[in-house]
Design a protein around this ligand. Sequence first.
Ligand code: URA
Length: 215
Amino acid sequence: MIIPINHPIAQIKLSILRNKDTTPDLFRKSLEELSYLFVFYCFEKSEMDPITIYTPLEEATGHKLKEKHIVIPILRAGLGLLPAFTKLIPDIVVGIIGLSRDENTLKPTQYYANLPANLEDFVGIILEPMIATGGSINKAIEILLERKIHKIKVCSIIAFEKSIIELNENYPFVEFFVLSIDKTLNSKGYIVPGLGDAGDRTFGTLINSQIDIKK
Ligand code: URA
């Protein structure tokens, strides 16, 4: 299921991320702020278990999440969306998946995965700011399914239209939260208009000019 995030605050942050003049510092800050919105959307329908707590006055009923969650940033751009998940849900488990993209074939190769064993009962939340060819998300979902995680959510800022439609058809049980669906992918695999290379913009490694990625 594709769940568009049209919240005005999210869209304002997206405009900052898209702007080529946004510095890495402001880019990181805006990604972190967006991570809070993703948490609210991802957990909006989560089931709760009641717990007994004591106020200074008397016994009361509190709540805790019914299910265990693992959040999985895909290296490296996914790290920018991690902060709110660990801050708001301190006992969330963090798994890491490293995928690199072959510049010619645009196909992903897994170079790292660190996920704990026994994840059967977990809800998996994948963090990948950009869904371009869809290869990375496809691979990440396959890794989670191999680990028997069947409740899967994906948090992305921008998705290429054709890829998100295909992913949604292939994995109808996955919830895809996205701020924007852009219509074009250029010959280098960049989403247009997009926001450029999310990893480079987050970590200040944008050595090559923006012109380069527009071709
Ligand atoms: N990855 C990015 O960071 N940006 C794109 O436009 C496509 C893939």
